[in-house]
Design a protein around this ligand. Structure first.
Ligand SMILES: *[C@@H]1O[C@H](CO)[C@@H](O)[C@H](O)[C@H]1NC(C)=O
Ligand SMILES: *[C@@H]1O[C@H](CO)[C@@H](O)[C@H](O)[C@H]1NC(C)=O
Ligand SMILES: *[C@@H]1O[C@H](CO)[C@@H](O)[C@H](O)[C@H]1NC(C)=O
Ligand SMILES: *[C@@H]1O[C@H](CO)[C@@H](O)[C@H](O)[C@H]1NC(C)=O
Ligand SMILES: *[C@@H]1O[C@H](CO)[C@@H](O)[C@H](O)[C@H]1NC(C)=O
Length: 569
């Protein structure tokens, strides 16, 4: 491969707006469901500046904003009982506090059927005409504006569209369809435009590049995971509610065609929380590409946490994920430039910050969103690209609020699960040789599965050789009785660096995921170690079979993980 250089930036009008408007955020916690007020004319959009005439906030106030100001910026009974926008519903009814009992910090009495207290609804109703002068522009469909499409005479377009497809009757669906792209020449993809067909369900879309061009093309829509497939795992375009498309910086493009991706997978994230049975969708994405290639090829890179466990009823829980210097020094050569970053959490996400450190000193915040909103994540664009050097540490911090949930929330791809990821677009593509650098609890995958020692443990070696030998021996000898000999063997095992702290949890979790029987092994370990002799629940023969099986599966799992996670070294 020849050396390409890439410079990329997503110029999204909306984001510029989001990034420079402040001031309303803190007020949203002073009214019930303040983060949850829907747009009066765009399905799935949140109106963040509840008291303002523009959805991003700032500028002129709407009638509710005026009344809120008059009330001293406090949720008073009088404000709650008033019908600011004159549509026949009180502010309390619109915001889920019909009996006006809510005070700051409480859970709102209801979070259902919330409507806008400052905009007369339905907005097309004759009684609501008075607000059209300022509302109309907010209700126009999002326009896609990309000047490069006009200035390049060789621009081509290709529409990737799902056939009319039934939306599964489930809360969250990830649906993928693979397409072949125009390979008649060597192209740069320079812009994408989203064509949303069913606004009730469409939540976000990702376009993945496929590394293979000879696997069986999965050309009909099918359910898929967070990543489209093993072959199609490289993110090249992102769309979320609030954006109309992406228009990359004039110096960059994603390589498609004869010298780049010949196939792509379009992934939709559909939401159907009310389990409608008759929803269908045929949304699509337009690719704009040109043979007049730009200076650099772009790449996408992911950081964050691949393990989360958020207890219910918790107002603020902070999780931190590390991409340490030992990792970046291995896969960044000699340097790379970040041009945009997108935070990604789900509905419990409140704050996300990604920091860059060099030689132990903080260089800068790459992102710092103190008021995260899943429905309106604002990508950040760096006018001056940010230099990333081998040895730099990238720390991702996410703060969650689960006070409205009883159950524990885990990491996962459903909307009701959680995430803590940051996506970067960078150049030149070939200067970063990994597509992700995430961590499991405090353990960065790339360090743990590198085959080298990290925090005193060579996890790959331990889990494939020494550790397995010790496990087998202990299981075979000690599952029925905890003798002194067993105890000393167990102590030897437990004193190993690979059985300490989060390594122990990682080992246990990996084994349990593959074989529930492993649970009794760990109980035995823990009990025996506490010097309480126990009787195993399984028979000796059964226990031995279980051991052999889980040790075997564990080896397989470790090998698979090493291959999939370190394949790009
Ligand atoms: C796509 O390209 C065709 C010509 O191939 C052109 O007629 C059409 O206007 C283009 N569509 C857009 C949205 O630019
Ligand atoms: C979008 O969906 C509607 C049904 O809601 C359908 O009638 C229409 O043809 C679709 N439009 C496109 C462009 O696919
Ligand atoms: C697909 O192509 C790769 C090389 O690009 C080759 O190694 C592999 O055997 C091919 N597979 C099939 C099924 O043709
Ligand atoms: C970190 O510090 C060492 C020693 O001062 C220096 O040699 C190295 O270049 C520094 N690394 C970076 C990325 O600045
Ligand atoms: C313990 O297990 C090992 C290996 O499975 C075996 O060689 C050894 O004889 C066993 N010792 C006892 C006391 O059972």
């Amino acid at each position: 491969m020849e050396v390409f250089k890439v410079f990329i930036s997503l110029t999204l009008i909306l984001c510029l707006l989001c990034n420079c408007v402040h001031g309303y955020g803190s007020y949203r916690s002073k009214i019930p469901n303040g983060n949850n007020v829907p747009h009066p004319c765009k399905v799935n959009y949140i109106w963040q500046g509840v008291g303002h005439r523009k959805k991003e906030g700032a500028g002129y106030r709407n009638p509710f904003g005026e009344d809120f100001k008059t009330a001293g910026k406090v949720w008073t009974k009088e404000l709650c009982q008033k019908d600011s926008d004159g549509d026949g519903m009180t502010n309390g009814q619109e915001l889920g506090d019909p009996s006006c009992s809510w005070t700051v910090g409480d859970n709102p009495p209801t979070a259902e059927k919330i409507s806008h207290p400052g905009i007369c609804e339905p907005w097309t109703d004759p009684k609501c005409q008075h607000q059209l002068s300022w509302l109309e522009s907010e209700c126009e469909p999002d326009k896609f504006d990309c000047p490069a499409l006009q200035s390049d005479p060789d621009i081509k377009n290709m529409t990737l569209r799902f056939p009319l497809t039934d939306v599964p009757i489930q809360d969250t669906s990830y649906m993928c369809t693979e397409f072949e792209v125009d390979s008649s020449d060597d192209f740069h993809l320079i812009a994408t435009e989203m064509l949303v067909n069913n606004t009730n369900v469409m939540h976000h879309a990702l376009l993945f590049g496929c590394s293979s061009d000879n696997h069986t093309l999965r050309s009909t829509p099918h359910q898929c995971g967070m990543v489209a497939s093993r072959e199609c795992g490289e993110i090249i375009a992102i769309w979320t509610i609030g954006l109309s498309g992406q228009c990359f910086h004039e110096n960059v493009g994603f390589r498609i065609g004869s010298q780049g991706f010949k196939r792509v997978a379009l992934q939709f994230h559909w939401n159907n929380p009310t389990l409608e049975t008759n929803y269908k969708d045929q949304s699509g994405m337009v690719l704009y590409y040109t043979k007049n290639k730009r200076m650099y090829d772009a790449g996408t890179f992911l950081v964050g946490a691949s393990y989360l466990e958020i207890p219910g009823r918790t107002v603020s829980l902070e999780e931190t994920a590390l991409c340490p210097g030992v990792c970046t020094s291995r896969f960044i050569t000699p340097e790379a430039y970040i041009v945009s970053a997108t935070n990604h959490m789900h509905y419990l996400g409140r704050v996300q910050q990604i920091e860059q450190f060099r030689n132990g000193t903080k260089v800068r915040d790459l992102t710092n969103d103190q008021n995260y909103n899943y429905d309106d994540p604002s990508p950040i664009h760096y006018k001056t690209p940010i230099k990333l050097l081998p040895g730099d540490t990238i720390k991702t911090r996410c703060v969650f609020n689960s006070q409205n949930r009883d159950q524990v929330t885990y990491f996962g791809d459903a909307t009701s699960d959680e995430m803590c990821f940051g996506f970067f677009t960078y150049y030149p593509k070939e200067n970063i040789k990994m597509s992700s650098c995430t961590s499991w609890k405090s353990l960065p995958y790339c360090a743990v599965y590198s085959g080298e020692e990290y925090l005193g443990c060579n996890f790959v070696e331990f889990s494939s050789k020494q550790g397995i030998k010790m496990f087998t021996e202990i299981w075979q000898n000690c599952s029925t009785e905890c003798t002194t000999e067993c105890l000393s063997k167990i102590e030897l095992l437990m004193n190993h660096a690979c059985m300490k702290g989060d390594y122990y949890d990682l080992m246990k979790t990996s084994m349990l995921r593959n074989n529930p029987q492993a649970g009794s092994f760990f109980i035995m370990l823990e009990n025996c170690q506490a010097s309480i002799p126990t009787k195993a629940t399984t028979t000796e023969k059964g226990a031995n079979e279980a051991t052999t099986m889980f040790v075997h599966k564990f080896l397989l799992l470790t090998t698979t993980m090493v291959i999939s996670l370190c394949g790009r070294f």
